[in-house]
Design a protein around this ligand. Structure first.
Ligand SMILES: Nc1nc2c(ncn2[C@@H]2O[C@H](COP(=O)(O)OP(=O)(O)O)[C@@H](O)[C@H]2O)c(=O)[nH]1
Ligand SMILES: [Mg+2]
Length: 453
């Protein structure tokens, strides 16, 4: 168990060469320690002051760095405690020396995530918002970024709070029903319990239904280019990405392994994969390339089957359909060289030219449509369920609510016993937002954070 009444210190910015590094202190001694390493120290909270940082007791000339000092008075700070921030010069050494000076002055080096953990302990954030802080830092895609900002703003927390509140009301209804079983309005009370439970289950399931969209927004959709060698796959990938990334060659079999390019598109980012051509292996490296393509094909959300001519397109589409279950888009390549047949349009295909750019926008739209057909993008303002921890707790809540509802409706258990399922559902929601003292949950959540956050 951690001591939480001491004062912690860490570098809050990323390691490496940079203009500025921020050393952060939080705890009851933050200001005292700040004063003993930084002179002058800001007279009042939230006033930036140019200062000199020294190890406690060092001579006047022994300056570690000139820095900007700011302090925030509890509870109006990130952690809810007194916080001091020293903006020093970046690089590996300066910030390490400043941390060392703070430790000499009585601070303890912070564990990963300990600042945010304190913010949760002091009620500045709930657990779900704290996770959003980590998600915001880790976001690689616009979709993940948007979900994290929304979650930090409290969108998911408010939804969970409202759910918890409605379950507590059901609990109150049950207590009423138990206390006054013979009252005239007993049947409506029982019906209200069932209806409120249905509503809660539906809301939780709606939240759970956002999991695939959240995952796709975070990880990106796998879009694989497949087809015979020389079909123009690499050229098409370059055209889709908008810059020359993949070697385009007129010698069949140049792309021997799979090449993956990440494109942060909306609503879902794309992992575009250029594969080796599907053909009888010519040599062992080519063979490896084909195995990689097959593996990718098996996982693809969308396969762009590429060929210059319809016969080749049919043959490649057949192979692809055998190897994977993703949506297939037929792409007739090198449109600038060939007249587009009507048959292709009837097959729902797209004609493209990597040279003139014709059909590229249409193809991007077709990819977007295929993905949205598989995983409907959630409404702009909907909170998303992003973590396994959330999923587990929500599924548990649904399971408990179902168990409650079953025994309530069938009267298989005495009402007070059935109500324990209801309370277990409430507890699942509470462990999610950190409303109960859940030491082990806190440990699991925060030790995956970066130090200084
Ligand atoms: N005219 C024309 N040539 C293309 C087009 N796309 C690819 N090529 C040419 O076709 C050849 C094979 O292209 P590449 O992308 O390497 O095919 P891959 O083997 O399927 O990856 C190269 O010489 C490209 O320059 C296109 O849209 N129009
Ligand atoms: Mg190629």
């Amino acid at each position: 168990m951690l001591t939480r009444n001491d004062t912690i210190v860490a570098v809050a910015t990323a390691a490496g060469r940079g203009a500025i590094a921020v050393v952060r202190l939080s705890g009851p001694q933050a200001v005292t320690i700040g004063r003993s390493v930084a002179n002058p120290f800001p007279e009042v909270a939230r006033m930036v002051t140019l200062t000199a940082v020294r190890t406690p007791g060092a001579s006047d000339g022994d300056v570690i760095d000139h820095a900007l000092a700011t302090w925030f008075s509890a509870p109006a700070s990130y952690t809810g405690e007194d916080v001091v921030e020293l903006a020093v010069h970046g690089g590996a050494l300066v910030s390490a020396l400043v941390v060392e000076a703070c430790v000499r002055a009585g601070a303890r080096p912070a564990l990963p995530g300990e600042f945010t953990e304190r913010a949760v302990l002091h009620g500045k954030l709930d657990l779900v918002q704290a996770e959003a802080v980590a998600d915001l830092i880790d976001a690689r895609t616009r979709a993940a970024h948007r979900a994290a900002v929304r979650q930090l703003d409290g969108a998911l927390s408010h939804r969970l709070d409202a759910l918890r509140e409605s379950l507590l009301q059901v609990d109150a209804l049950i207590a009423y029903d138990i206390d006054f079983p013979a009252e005239d309005d007993a049947p409506p009370t029982r019906a209200r319990v069932v209806a409120a439970c249905d509503e809660a289950i539906e809301q939780i399931e709606r939240l759970l239904a956002t999991l695939p969209a959240a995952a796709l927004g975070r990880e990106g959709a796998l879009v694989v280019l497949a087809g015979p060698p020389n079909a123009g796959k690499s050229a098409l990938l370059n055209a889709l990405v908008g810059e020359a990334r993949v070697i385009v060659s007129d010698t069949p079999g140049t792309t021997r392994d799979a090449v993956e390019v990440f494109v942060d598109d909306a609503p879902y980012p794309l992992r575009l994969v250029d594969t080796a051509g599907l053909r009888t292996p010519g040599d062992s490296i080519e063979r490896m390339g084909i195995e990689v393509s097959e593996r990718y094909l098996a996982q693809a959300h969308v396969v762009l089957v590429c060929a210059e001519r319809d016969e080749a397109l049919d043959a490649a589409a057949e192979t692809v359909a055998r190897l994977g279950s993703g949506a297939v888009i037929r792409v007739r390549t090198k449109r600038d060289l060939h007249a587009l047949t009507t048959e292709l349009t009837e097959n729902g295909g797209v004609g493209v030219s990597a040279v003139t750019g014709e059909g590229i926008a249409e193809l991007r739209e077709a990819i977007r449509t295929a993905l949205c057909d598989q995983v409907a993008p959630p409404p702009e303002d909907a909170p998303l369920v992003t973590r396994a921890r959330h999923e587990t707790a929500l599924r548990r809540a649904v399971q408990e609510l179902r168990a409650f509802q079953f025994s309530w409706e069938q009267a298989t258990l005495p009402a007070p016993v059935a109500a324990t399922h209801l309370r277990a559902a409430v507890m699942a929601l509470e462990s999610l937002i950190g409303a109960v003292d859940v030491e082990d949950v806190m440990e699991r959540v925060f030790r995956t954070f970066c130090i200084g956050k």
